[in-house]
Design a protein around this ligand. Structure first.
Ligand code: PLP
Length: 478
């Protein structure tokens, strides 16, 4: 496909008036010396060009997207409309509390809902993403011990953890101490006991963990940690596994972040705005970033006088549009939030049972919202790697699952169907996965050279990340 620069044919898609604009108010140095070199095509051509480009994108609207740990589910489009209501989008963050009661009410009620869902006592909506929430949470942990006058430098993190966990704790100045998983894919509690010294600030856990397995010993773990004077951090990026069934507070956690852009209706994956609210126990409320929204029975107001606030982690409130979508979603779902968790878990278990014969299932346990297969059998017997399987799925109008994560599973294939897919879609995915497992035996070459139908084939992912070449040099610019 040609770029828009190559398609440029000098046709003006827009008519300007002949009048020269008076630019004398601009300093000479800001004025362009030569033409901008923009491509020129007619309106229809421009439209077709961008439509064709967008058709090359894979998205949830196009097919199944079982990306583990990412919760790529269908998000109601009506919530996008609500987030773009003029009353919200035209609001200035510096306007007086009395002039934005509606927006403050929405934020307050969202805080209340998140408190209920997590069991926690206070919430900041400021962080812009999951990892940002982790950083905020760990800064709160750090502040907590500072205020107590305790020097604690270590954070324990299971070897199955999402990579952002150690990164966030490290960014906060903590030393990372890994704790290994046992043969059930859960934190090895005896190994954990050995690590508990008086300089341990916290443990960061995901529950269900990234293998999709619920940590059965979580209550014992929280007891151990608290007896050691340490705190527990809960990575709640994928809360759709437990909503309404249990919550981090009941499990004994002190700090939680949620990904509104995974669990609560904001589509993600394209790098758009997200939100990673952090919920804490009463004891940690005074450390939250300011402002939070309070209600005095009559008015909603911004409250910023937390005694030990870690300071702001983002301008103003965070990504307000994402909050609108999350609040609308929670209201729309009501008690059915519980049902969303039920379906997410049911769908994952259904796929796991259907696929575990053809692929290796390293931890054969009931799973929560996701599970992790291994492509080791195909790799070992047929020379077909997990990467090959992922590429072959692209030829089947299916987004590949997360691969090679978590790190503790060789040739990992991490599958999360989410709650929003039907049995028909799941069955089609099963058929495709079984077909690929069969082809690995009969025609491995086809898989090794996949994908065959995508606009681009195998990209050098390292080079693409390290040295992205994003600038088209057309020769048009003069
Ligand atoms: C997605 C995810 C994160 C990070 O969230 P971002 O919004 O991408 O920063 C952290 N932990 C887990 C378990 C996740 O799935």
């Amino acid at each position: 496909m040609k770029t828009i620069f190559e398609k440029s044919n000098g046709v003006l898609g827009i008519t300007f008036t002949d009048e020269k604009e008076d630019l004398s108010f601009l300093d000479e140095k800001f004025l362009r010396k030569s033409e901008a070199g923009l491509p020129q095509v007619g309106e229809l051509q421009a439209m077709r060009h961008y439509k064709e480009l967008s058709d090359k994108n894979f998205c949830i609207e196009k097919g199944f997207y079982p990306l583990g740990s990412c919760t790529m589910k269908y998000n109601p489009k009506v919530n996008e409309m609500l987030a773009s209501l003029e009353g919200f989008t035209n609001l200035h963050p510096l306007c007086d509390d009395s002039d934005c009661q509606g927006a403050l009410e929405l934020m307050y009620k969202l805080q209340e809902a998140l408190k209920k869902i997590t069991g926690m006592s206070a919430v900041t909506l400021q962080p812009a993403a999951g990892a940002h929430g982790e950083l905020t949470g760990m800064m709160i942990v750090k502040k907590y011990f500072e205020v107590k006058g305790e020097k604690r430098t270590k954070v324990i993190i299971p070897d199955s953890a999402h990579g952002t966990n150690p990164a966030s704790a490290h960014l906060c100045g903590f030393d990372i101490v890994p704790v290994k998983s046992n043969d059930k894919g859960q934190v090895d509690i005896n190994a954990l006991r050995e690590l508990l010294t008086s300089d341990v600030a916290a443990i960061m856990m995901t529950n269900p963990n990234t293998l999709g397995i619920f940590e059965e010993n979580v209550l014992e773990i929280s007891k151990l940690m608290h007896e050691n004077g340490s705190l527990l951090y809960y990575d709640g990026a994928n809360l759709n596994a437990i909503m309404g069934y249990t919550n981090p507070k009941l499990m004994g956690f002190d700090v939680v972040h949620l990904n509104l852009h995974k669990t609560m209706s904001t589509p993600h994956g394209g790098g758009g705005p997200g939100a990673g609210p952090v919920c804490v126990t009463e004891e940690l409320k005074e450390m939250l970033p300011a402002p939070i929204v309070e209600f005095d029975g009559e008015k909603y107001y911004r409250y910023s006088s937390m005694k030990h606030s870690i300071g702001n982690v983002k301008g103003f409130f965070g990504n307000f549009g994402v909050m609108v979508k999350a609040y609308a979603y929670i209201l729309m779902m009501g008690k059915n939030l519980k049902e969303a968790s039920e379906n997410a878990v049911l769908n994952a278990n259904y796929l796991k049972e259907k696929l575990k014969g053809a692929y290796l299932l390293p931890f054969d346990e009931p799973c929560m919202h996701e599970f992790v297969l291994s492509g080791e059998k195909q790799h070992h017997e047929n020379g077909v790697s997990t990467l090959n399987i992922a590429k072959a799925l692209m030829d089947e109008n299916t987004h590949p699952p997360t691969v090679y994560f978590p790190l503790i599973v060789h040739e990992a294939i991490m599958i999360e169907p989410t709650e929003s897919e039907t049995k028909e879609v799941l069955d089609e995915f099963v058929d495709v996965m079984l077909k690929i497992a069969q082809e690995a035996k009969t025609n491995p070459e086809k898989l090794i050279s996949a994908p065959h139908t995508t606009p681009v084939k195998r990209l050098d992912e390292t080079l693409a990340a390290r040295r992205p070449d994003l600038c088209f040099k057309s020769g048009i610019e003069k």
